[in-house]
Design a protein around this ligand. Sequence first.
Ligand code: C5P
Length: 239
Amino acid sequence: MTTSILKPSGAGRVIVALDTTDPAHAVAWARATGASAGMFKIGLEYFLANGAAGYAAIAAAGKPIFLDLKLHDIPNTVAGAVRAVLGLAPRLLTLHAAGGAAMIEAARRAAEEAGPARPLLLAVTVLTSLDAAALSSVGVSGGPTQQVLRLARLAISAGADGLVCSPKEVAVLRAALGPGPALVVPGIRPAGADIGDQARVMTPAQAVAAGADWIVVGRPITAAADPAAAAAAIAAAIA
Ligand code: C5P
């Protein structure tokens, strides 16, 4: 089940999160930042508003796409959802590890139908919005780190190619799982930046040093007065 993953370097590590419902904004950001990015991330907000046509408008900028849909349902339904997006040829696709091994195995089998250029499957473990008290209220004791490790091991052994994880988790996951799995890390803020609603952040260079393969950056680029310059500065920081 393991696949050797072509890991990026330099600016190729930068994934720009195009979080908007407005295709004109998203396309403008993609055009402005393409020279300093390896990939663009399309999430639920944009995809539900604009569908496949909106996806194609971003893909036309010529970079691979990270389709961040965080799938979580019974195995048959998730497999169907994976099949439904294979025609769009995303490079990365997310699903929730909490859906269990059978769901992840079904997603992997469905992704394999696309052949060698299939999307890599990334598992989301514990949402960073959930703290120990919130996890306890849904029946998970032991705290976030233990649950992240449990779900990460389950996801990789069931066929996920990697994980989305917070900056604070990346070193512990790299130590636990070795160099193979792709680690994709949001919660990135350039030194001195406004941290917004991200509670635990690292700079681009810190995240890469800790073991991140890709970093996901949204508002520090898209809300900047000059998104092209903001993206270029981040790429330069990890060159
Ligand atoms: O704007 P910002 O850089 O905070 O954007 C981060 C992106 O990564 C958003 O698209 C957000 O949904 C996503 N994300 C995150 N934290 C996670 C998982 C995904 O911020 N734990």
